[in-house]
Design a protein around this ligand. Sequence first.
Ligand SMILES: [Zn+2]
Length: 155
Amino acid sequence: MERIRIDDVDSRAGPATVKRPLAAALGASDVALNYYELAAGESFAYGYHRHEDQEELFVVERGEVTFETEEGDVAVAAGEVVRFDPGEWQRGVNTGGKRVIAFAIGAPREAGETEIRRDCERCGERTPHTVARADDGDGTVARCLDCDAVTGRFE
Ligand SMILES: [Zn+2]
């Protein structure tokens, strides 16, 4: 058995104020489990994305999240849970006034290829992106695959 306290797991840099990778801390091999806190306007994800091989569930504990989905925007309130199929496009953003507390569960743990799309000002449209560690080692950067512009930096 493994046991952890959520607050003891170090938060990862990224688009969310707090992301604690609980599955990693627990040594889980087949499931991903992350604890999130999102300030107003923040997202779980770097962009509109899909995981090739991983289904993903979001348990919204507090606040309200609007998911951009293939069927349009879906508001998900505290006390609700949503699930996305492998290969299904989505992005959840805190659109309520309050801080969001939520858990994301993914299985299998290895997501396969993840495609990410973000708005690129230079291209004038939403384009495929890559997210990688910054060259200077400080956080991560999102870069447009069409024009190479950096459209976001996360520390
Ligand atoms: Zn671009």
